[in-house]
Design a protein around this ligand. Structure first.
Ligand code: GDP
Ligand code: GDP
Length: 437
């Protein structure tokens, strides 16, 4: 699965600033949508396809005001201990402190690969700062300014040079015959029950796809003559001891599973609606650009009245992903699974559909003619043509002038128009706007 990189350091050295600088998504619209919760402590750093890693801000998890007690709190330690690489962040303005020394000693004992990141290098003498920390004896030292985004390219180069080359090849290797599915959701929504039921139905054909990293495992499955690969899911893999102790850390697995799947099935518990934790999982899926199906589990045992209540609540709470299909299932009784798999296929087909330049340009023309962009300070954006820019999720590249002035509402209009015209369900779609021809 994706490698794990942990930010470690005493409070106030700039870990969360660095975390934001490294994980900030270009797709800002996602987070403007109500209902999406940004996880402030875990994020995927996506540089180039295939070279992604999960970044965890251990300070953020441990709580910032507890000092070393906080740092050595179980979660922070577990974060660093599970990491492939530790970024030890220190403050270049203040120089080395006793707390830094304590952390250094602890990192030495864990014997993890460590990069020393000297932050806040803006406005201080870099050579002096480097000299100050030389006695830490760490071979790789990177002066950066997280706040001013300086030195981050060098930092990322050093990180990538130290990460496992191709992660979990068995899982990452795309098998065009199989749809890679991740069942994700907070603890107790019924993921294991569902996966075990699916595997139980087809036990004879299910086979392990051994991973090369840690405990990551995928299972291949055939169902009604179609082939699937179930990505590292709770029900397949035995939980590690650390995970058992710290349920929260399954967030890392969730991020990793989402990153390598093609269709993410977010499971909810019908009796609990959409909790904050559910919204965070949905936010991760949105950020990843993966196709999405929402499976509302434990549909058994609800009265007709309760079901109506739940449906009304969900259509409100899930308005921000209204393009996703919602299916109602019972993992326990195996009901709704046909509908679930139909929705998975529709989402996958939409996400991977191929477009021609002429059909995309045609769609743009019709959208434009039926509702031209509003004028901003006397000038309106002009859209000239469009072409496909990628799939899974579908990307449309629009060329024109004054495109920066397009209001968000117009971008949403275009998105809805394209969705309807091309009958795209279950996948996000993205637009890129380019000035000129
Ligand atoms: P954390 O406690 O380690 O997560 O630290 P924060 O990211 O919350 O940052 C602590 C303080 O340092 C904040 O006031 C930041 O604005 C400031 N800070 C973070 N990075 C930089 C930097 O590169 N340069 C300067 N001058 N200040 C920074
Ligand atoms: P996970 O943590 O998401 O893997 O959840 P589990 O599969 O361990 O399920 C948590 C609990 O919910 C268990 O007690 C299951 O028996 C129960 N459960 C799972 N699916 C269903 C369902 O469809 N209906 C009902 N009533 N209970 C379910």
């Amino acid at each position: 699965m994706l490698p794990l990189v942990a930010l470690v350091g005493r409070p106030n050295v700039g870990k969360s600033t660095l975390f934001n600088a490294l994980t900030r998504t270009r797709d800002a619209l996602v987070h403007d949508q109500p209902g999406v919760t940004r996880d402030r402590h875990y994020g995927v750093c996506r540089l180039i396809e295939g070279r992604e890693f999960v970044l965890v801000d251990t300070g953020g998890i441990a709580g910032e005001d507890e000092g070393l007690a906080g740092l050595t709190a179980q979660q922070a330690r577990a974060g660093a201990e599970e990491a492939d690489l530790v970024l030890f962040v220190v403050d270049g303005r203040e120089g080395p402190s006793g707390l830094d020394q304590d952390i250094l000693g602890w990192l030495r004992r864990t014997a993890k690969p460590v990069l020393l990141v000297i932050n806040k290098i803006d406005g201080v003498d870099e050579d002096a700062a480097l000299a100050d920390f030389a006695r830490f004896g760490l071979p790789v030292v990177l002066p950066v300014s997280a706040a001013h985004r300086q030195g981050l390219d060098d930092l990322l180069d050093e990180v990538l040079a130290r990460l496992p080359e191709d992660g979990d090849a068995a899982v990452l290797e795309h098998d065009p015959e199989r749809i890679a599915i991740a069942f994700v959701g907070r603890p107790n929504v019924g993921k294991s029950t569902l996966v075990n039921r699916l595997l139980g139905e087809e036990r004879m054909i299910a086979s392990d796809v051994p991973g090369t990293t840690r405990d990551s495992i995928a299972v291949d499955l055939e169902r009604d003559g179609r082939k699937y690969r179930l990505i590292d899911t709770a029900g397949i893999r035995r939980k590690s001891r650390v995970e058992e102790a710290i349920e929260k850390f399954s967030v890392i697995k969730t991020l990793q599973s989402i990153a390598v799947c093609e269709v993410a099935v977010v499971m909810l518990d019908a009796s609990e609606g959409v909790t904050d934790q559910d919204a965070t999982v949905l936010g991760h899926v949105l950020e990843s650009g993966r196709a999405l199906v929402v499976a509302v589990n434990k549909w058994d045992g609800l009265s007709t009245y309760q079901r109506e209540q739940v449906q009304a609540l969900l259509s409100r709470k899930l308005a921000f992903v209204e393009w996703a299909e919602v299916v109602f299932i019972s993992a326990k009784h195996g009901s709704g699974l046909k509908e679930l798999f139909r929705a998975i296929h529709r989402a996958h087909a939409s996400a991977t559909r191929e477009f021609t330049t002429s059909e995309v340009t045609k769609a743009l023309e019709i959208a434009y003619d039926s509702f031209p962009p509003p004028a901003v300070r006397g000038h309106a954006a002009k859209m000239r043509y469009a072409h496909p820019g990628g799939s899974n999720p579908p990307v449309f590249i629009v060329h024109g002038t004054r495109l920066r002035s397009l209001p968000d509402s117009y971008r949403r209009y275009l998105e809805n128009f394209f969705r309807k015209r091309f009958k795209l369900v279950g996948t996000p779609i993205r637009f890129e706007f380019r000035e000129g021809s």
